[in-house]
Write a protein that binds this ligand. Structure first.
Ligand code: UDX
Length: 438
């Protein structure tokens, strides 16, 4: 298959590289010349484990290339994937589809024969109909069809998620488009590693939002249970295990923590809510999830203040982990931002270390001292807070840390350390959803 990917952001670049690794011929198009030029030198615009090697292999094999020239890029394509950004629109929280529509218009004008335009960007229900309308206006007789193929990859595990997905969802009622999509995903269905599911286009669009909203709700549910655990003296990790072993519930996405962040859950839950409101079909549970998660992030800052004794004025708080989750440099909606700002508002000085996030963190945080490693953060700080569960933080020498801190206080917002280990090392322990420890 000849595939063109419009947009070399997270989804576009990972999908393009993986499709080429399946053996398809892929051209990735982006307007940003510096990005394309960097990609041609095998410099990735994002941090994603394994991506540079995957890109390099497939560029060398002649299956993957990059260009800023959309007209050339779509020539002879069987499928053109739209993977441009759909940020939250300022003011109303709706997904901003202007990049999607502009890309579709250009693609439809440039295509020189029949092809399927497939939206991979997360787009609200009904967007495919609008795309079809644009195609009918711009290029009525070229045999272009429109399909939806939402992406479910997680940052940090994106390549694995793409190549070994739980399922692939394709939305189209057109037989030709179905044949093209079946051909594209044949490598997955051949070894029966993933069910490739065909649905109507609107259904596919809604599946993506419903999946993200459900996962965000699952996290928020366990976070609220964690709060209750603290009050009644129960342990949320055991509650998670106890309910998660029920197959109907499942164990994943039941880790209590400082709230979800990232490029998808906050934006997509908000956009889904807007769609529901527009159609006067309220999604009260999603609304409650958004509200609870928003307040949770600053509440975690207040939890730290309480652990330090109620007053952080003039104190130095060390923060481990800044990105919204490990194995990414992404700071979008990271709980660390709200935690740090809450502490700063209360008069604390902040020093921090993140294995990959410093560059992005500097764009959203002010007055933070960025340190070279975890022990540099601890050395002379008044307390240590673990916000993101990078592997590098999982086996710290807690005794050494206890000796370095001015007051031996550890707040573990990801519950990665057994409380007894922390206490045995001479540190005062605070976790999430844990009964009180002496
Ligand atoms: C998510 C979806 O998982 C993916 O399918 C979709 O395509 C894009 O959005 P991503 O945002 O990369 O992926 O990260 P994910 O691993 O899902 O984590 C999202 C947030 O939830 C993180 O802030 C993470 O720390 C938090 N989380 C996740 C928890 O707090 N507890 C959990 O149990 C799981």
């Amino acid at each position: 298959m000849r595939i063109t990917m419009i947009g070399t952001g997270y989804v576009g670049l990972v999908s393009g590289a993986c499709f080429s690794d399946f053996g398809h011929e892929v051209i990735c198009v982006d307007k940003d010349a510096s990005k394309i030029e960097a990609l041609e030198r095998n410099v990735m615009p994002i941090f994603e484990p394994g991506l540079d090697a995957l890109v390099d292999t497939n560029v060398r094999a002649g299956r993957l290339s990059f260009t800023t020239d959309l007209v050339q890029g779509v020539k002879g394509a069987d499928a053109v994937f739209i993977a441009v950004g759909t940020p939250s629109r300022r003011g109303d929280g709706h997904a901003d589809l202007s990049y999607v529509f502009a890309a579709v218009r250009e693609v439809a004008e440039a295509l020189d024969g029949p092809a399927v335009i497939i939206t991979k960007s997360t787009v609200p229900v009904g967007t495919g109909d609008e795309v079809e309308r644009i195609v009918a206006e711009v290029a009525p007789n070229k045999g272009i069809t429109v399909a939806s193929n939402p992406e479910f990859l997680r940052e940090g595990a994106a390549i694995d998620d793409f190549k070994r997905p739980d399922r692939v969802v394709c939305g189209t009622d057109d037989e030709g488009a179905r044949a093209v999509l079946s051909g594209i995903y044949r490598p997955l269905s051949l070894n029966q590693s993933a069910p490739v599911m065909f649905t109507g286009r609107r259904t596919a669009e809604l599946i993506k939002y419903a999946a993200n909203a459900f996962l965000a709700t699952k996290i928020t549910f366990i976070n609220e249970i964690a709060d209750l655990c603290e009050v009644v003296g129960a342990d949320v990790q055991e509650v998670s295990r106890g309910i998660g072993l029920d197959n109907r519930i499942g164990r994943k996405f039941l880790h209590a923590g400082p709230g979800y962040g990232g490029s998808c859950f906050p934006k997509d839950t908000l956009a889904l809510l807007k769609t529901a409101d527009d159609h006067e079909s309220p999604l009260r549970i999603v609304a409650a999830t958004i509200a609870a998660n928003d307040t949770r992030k600053r509440a975690m800052g207040r939890k730290v203040i309480k652990a330090v004794g109620g007053d952080v004025r003039g104190k130095t708080i060390g923060v481990l982990g800044l990105t919204f989750k490990p194995n990414t440099d992404d700071m979008r909606d990271s709980p660390a931002i709200a935690v740090i700002q809450t502490l700063q508002d209360a008069g604390a000085r902040i020093r921090a270390f993140d294995p990959e996030g410093h560059e992005q963190a500097k764009k959203v945080l002010t007055d933070v001292d960025f340190m070279a490693g975890a022990y540099d953060v601890a050395d002379g700080a008044d307390a240590l807070v673990l916000v993101t569960e990078w592997d590098a933080f999982r086996a710290l020498n807690l005794k050494r840390i206890a000796g370095m801190l001015k007051s031996p206080i550890l707040v573990d917002l990801r519950n990665i350390y057994p409380p007894q280990d922390v206490i045995d090392a001479g540190l005062q322990y605070t976790g999430v959803g844990k009964p009180a420890f002496l």
